[in-house]
Design a protein around this ligand. Structure first.
Ligand code: PLP
Length: 387
């Protein structure tokens, strides 16, 4: 039995995924397979680091030790062949907050910001909440999601795009953008002087034989006009500690980011975020390798289930992330009807594809990061409503 087979009761733990369902849907029999966190315990190394901090019982203001930076630098080097120095690392309370700070640092109100469609919903929210002009370029599906470079170039030119927010690997599509794809998109942004924010929070959840390329490794010149956002929180199931890293090699981009951070007093970091991230990077490697094997088997299980039991739901295996993108268009339901059927008949909660952009209509995103028994239960529930 794998450690990940253990069923942990997350109800009544203040969990967004588990403890908001009754208020939203007025039922208590729903299985949540939505929000992107995992129904697994964090690595032992993280739990014991928190425990020793708790044991000393004083929780005053803290500093970020050099050993934190050493752990981040070593992780990037070992796992991603990426060289980053201490003075190129800023900390923030999350990747989404960092996208918001980037929008404020690198654009003015009214400026055009480019994102893909579909993509993780806060990308669009951050742009619009900051009164920037939202421009979307649709990914198209050719078995897997592919970027439309011609459309992106047209939009960049026509709309005078100033900033592009890239999701690498891609949520919800599970694509690991190849070096060649990153080269093309980077060359385009360089040509038109578009700053790139690369959200790489899913960089560690990548399945063999795919390999992840950080945007700044795709070409040595890309560091001049881009910043990288990442975190240990998705990888090690620590979303609640609210901690992330920003890698900025261009001193001008760094100065502009720091200025906005200071203006908003957003440069002070939660102690648990620092402790959890450092402990995970220092002691979580083996846990992560075992997790990846387990997730890969869950993906294979779900993929085979849909192929054999519900072939009308089209699905492909993600190259990265523990999220799968399900195409329900064969059922000809509206987005509301689809969500209703899943909640009321299947009694599962997935993320409606439409929330990721128009391209997500008639799709759903399922989170498979749960014990296999829970996954089987969820898939059976879906099958019983759609068979
Ligand atoms: C692409 C992407 N970026 C950012 C986040 C959230 O990051 P944070 O909690 O650090 O703001 C998620 C969470 O699912 C995500 O999928």
């Amino acid at each position: 039995m794998s450690q990940f087979d253990q069923i942990i009761d997350r109800k009544n733990t203040q969990s967004v995924k588990w403890d908001t369902l009754e208020a939203s849907y007025h039922r208590n029999d729903l299985l949540p397979m939505w929000v992107a966190d995992m129904d697994f315990q964090a690595p032992e190394a993280v739990q014991s680091a928190f425990q020793s901090y708790l044991n000393q019982g004083v929780f005053g203001y803290t500093i970020v030790p050099d050993s934190f930076y050493d752990a981040v630098i070593a992780w990037q080097k070992k796992r991603h062949s990426f060289t980053v120095k201490k003075d190129e690392i800023l900390l923030s309370s999350g990747v989404v907050p960092s996208i918001a700070l980037s929008v404020q640092a690198y654009t003015h109100p009214g400026d055009a910001v480019l994102i893909h469609d579909p993509v993780y919903p806060p990308f669009a929210q951050v742009v619009e909440e900051n009164n920037r002009k939202l421009i979307r370029s649709q990914l198209y599906t050719d078995d897997k999601f592919v970027m439309d470079f011609a459309e992106m170039e047209r939009l960049i030119q026509e709309e005078d795009v100033k900033l592009f927010v890239l999701c690498n690997p891609h949520n919800p599509g599970g694509r690991v953008w190849s070096q060649a794809e990153l080269q093309r998109i980077g060359d385009l942004c360089k040509k038109y002087q578009v700053t790139v924010v690369s959200d790489e929070i899913h960089q560690d959840i990548v399945y063999q034989p795919e390999t992840f390329t950080t945007f700044q490794n795709a070409d040595p010149s890309f560091k001049d006009f881009s910043i990288i956002l990442t975190a240990a929180t998705k990888t090690f199931n620590l979303a609640g500690i609210k901690n992330s890293m920003v890698f900025i090699k261009n001193p001008d981009l760094k100065q502009a980011f720091e200025k906005i951070q200071k203006q908003n007093h957003q440069d002070e970091i939660n102690t648990f975020g620092v402790i959890g991230t450092q402990a995970a990077y220092e002691g979580g490697s083996q846990w992560l390798d075992e997790l990846l094997e387990y997730l890969q088997e869950n993906i294979n299980y779900a993929y085979n289930f849909f192929q054999n039991t519900l072939p009308n739901v089209k699905v492909s295996k993600p190259e990265a992330t523990y999220l799968m993108w399900l195409d329900f268009s064969a059922y000809h339901l509206s987005d509301n009807q689809l969500e209703d059927k899943l909640v009321q008949e299947a009694k599962v909660v997935l993320n409606p594809g439409i929330s990721y952009g128009e391209k997500g209509s008639q799709h759903m995103r399922i989170n498979i990061a749960c014990p296999r028994a829970t996954l089987k239960e969820g898939l059976e529930r879906i099958a019983s409503a759609f068979r």
